[in-house]
Design a protein around this ligand. Structure first.
Ligand code: FMN
Length: 552
């Protein structure tokens, strides 16, 4: 298959639209490669070619039929057009139409038409000329970005023109608003998602046609209109009120503020203060119900403050540095309400932080929910209560509950600790059924439980982290020293607690103080649970404030 990519952006290689066109072709390449088909891609970069405007002399119809009298690059492009199977027209929207350099090329196609009026009135019935050469086998795709928030309603003239010369419904389009965002590195996560979608469209196109689902997804806005327009207005670096130039750090902060997702508002106004330590500047961002506002006079009461060198924050925003790692290394510090940092993705949109819910997968199947620690705890709790109260019968009940837990938790992902809990409880229960002393086996259970917690620390992934990482962006949390250190400490504490539980359970059990054990073994984990809830919030915030930096 031969593709001619016509890059009609005056920006040449720096074109936003070209990024989409390249992704589309990448998708085609993928499909063709899996079918073992060769793909040849030729590019006509109009910005670096000489294609003058048509003189309107009609000599290509009268004097030298099929040949233009202007000696420039157009004959070469025409040859390429005629020998392609697919032409990808990539261009920006300029004044609701194609840029001049592309219009030149379109006008200069005159030699490719016959001079006589088409008998059937052309593709739209309003008049036309038949093609001089057989171009019926050539497919066409139009790919374009524009500067407004949406492509909707902005491409009417483009469509009208291409309908006439390519034929209505004879071409595929990908028109995308917010085009200038494709060159903003800080937004590459979101624009990357879109480019992947364009690539998918390319792969589908090569296999036949772009699916309705992909077409629909391509029409979705990159960002909501208000977010985009705020970012776009700030990007010019000029104050709307005074017309004066705005400093780079203020532009950056305002654009960051524009990304605030007001749907994350939880009834509490927050004020994020960005203090750029190297520049000595501070800006406050009010995050409220109706959106965000940047305040430069420090008049608000800060709830979360970030002290950071400006370039560090820029590098994090561009994805050149992991924010969590940088925080762990003390490259910046956070004081005040730490919850904003923990759920940054939720407030500032699409950083990939998981909220713990389940989303439909690409295949349309519902994905499993994130693991729950309940899957690991239910078998153990059932085992300790049932066997201490009902001995052998309790052991049988424990086996049933342990076996039923994965079924009850069917919609959740399972982790190794869930499986180990089920297996351990079943094994220990069998020992009781075979005649072992329930109290002794109960204490052994505490030791096995402790071993799971302590062993997980040796294995470098503290047990609790397997469950709570999803609140901190998934696997990326393993790279976050704050997260890891908090979880190591908690896992070690739980491990030690259960070693102690095993000891006092053995002693008190032998002394016949089972009733006291019942109370202690319920109250102590409850207390530890409350401590865990407190510590998991307080400790990362303490470290992030810079006070615990040296300890990381
Ligand atoms: C002269 C000029 C005219 C433009 N006209 C429009 C327009 O009518 N509608 C629109 O949405 N964007 C318009 N834009 C914005 C571009 O379409 C937008 O920046 C696009 O992403 C540029 O794509 P490119 O990088 O592929 O050239 C215009 C830009 C320029 C420079």
């Amino acid at each position: 298959m031969k593709i001619l990519l016509i890059n009609g952006s005056p920006k040449g290689k720096n074109s936003n639209s070209l990024k989409l066109a390249n992704s589309f072709i990448e998708g085609i390449r993928q499909t063709k490669a899996s079918a073992g088909e060769e793909l040849i891609v030729d590019e006509a970069e109009l910005a670096s070619l000489k294609i003058a405007s048509c003189k309107g002399c009609f000599s290509c119809w009268k004097n030298t039929p099929g040949k233009c009298c202007i000696p420039d690059d157009m004959p070469m492009v025409m040859q390429k057009m005629l020998s392609s199977d697919l032409i990808v027209w990539s261009f920006p929207l300029y004044y609701f139409n194609v840029p001049g350099i592309l219009k030149n090329l379109i006008d200069r196609q005159l030699p490719m038409s016959l001079p006589f009026m088409s008998k059937d009135g052309g593709s739209t019935g309003s008049g036309g000329h038949d093609a001089r050469f057989d171009m019926s086998g050539i497919r066409h795709v139009l790919i374009s970005t524009c500067g407004f928030y949406s492509a909707e309603g902005n491409y009417d003239s483009v469509r009208a023109m291409f309908d006439h010369f390519l034929g209505k419904d004879n071409y595929t389009t990908i028109f995308c608003g917010q085009g200038e965002l494709f060159r903003v590195k800080e937004l590459s996560e979101r624009t990357g998602e879109y480019l992947n979608l364009v690539k998918k469209a390319g792969a589908e196109y090569a296999a036949g046609r772009v699916s309705e689902a992909t077409e629909g997804a391509l029409k979705e806005l990159l960002y909501p209109r208000d977010v985009f327009e705020k970012m776009a207005d700030e990007s010019w670096g000029v104050s709307q009120e005074s017309g004066e130039k705005v400093s780079e750090d203020l532009i950056f902060t305002r654009q960051m503020a524009a990304l605030y997702n007001k749907a994350s508002y939880d009834g509490k106004d927050r004020v994020l203060e960005m203090h750029y330590t190297d520049l000595g500047t501070s800006y406050q961002i009010l995050l409220g119900k109706d959106g965000s506002t940047v305040v430069t006079d420090g008049s608000l009461t800060t709830t979360t403050r970030i002290d950071t060198p400006f370039d560090v924050w820029v590098a994090i925003s561009r994805g050149e540095m992991s924010g969590q790692e940088a925080l762990g290394k003390g490259l910046y510090s956070v004081t005040g309400d730490f919850s904003l940092m923990m759920y940054w993705g939720r407030y500032f949109g699409g950083s990939g932080a998981s909220t713990g819910g389940s989303a439909p997968s690409a295949s349309g199947k519902k994905e499993l929910k994130n693991p729950s620690m309940a899957s690991m705890l239910i078998p153990w709790i059932a085992f300790w209560i049932a066997t201490s109260m009902f001995g052998i019968t309790g052991a049988a009940v424990s086996i049933l509950i342990a076996a039923a837990t994965p079924v009850i938790m069917l919609r959740r992902k399972q982790v190794i600790w869930d499986r180990l809990a089920t297996a351990s409880v079943c094994l220990l229960s069998v020992l009781i059924i075979l005649g072992a002393d329930p109290h002794m086996i109960g204490s052994l259970g505490y030791l096995v439980f402790a071993a799971m917690w302590l062993g997980s620390c040796v294995a470098k992934r503290p047990l609790c982290s397997a469950y709570v990482k999803y609140q901190f962006g998934g696997d990326i949390a393993y790279k976050n020293p704050l997260f890891m250190k908090t979880n190591y400490i908690l896992a070690t504490m739980w491990g030690i607690l259960y070693v102690l539980t095993a000891i006092w359970s053995t002693i008190l059990g032998r002394a016949g103080l089972g009733w006291l054990l019942m109370i202690i073994n319920n109250l102590v984990p409850m207390g530890m649970g409350i401590f865990t809830a407190f510590f998991s919030k307080w400790y990362p915030a303490y470290l992030a404030s810079g006070k615990g930096k040296s300890k990381l």
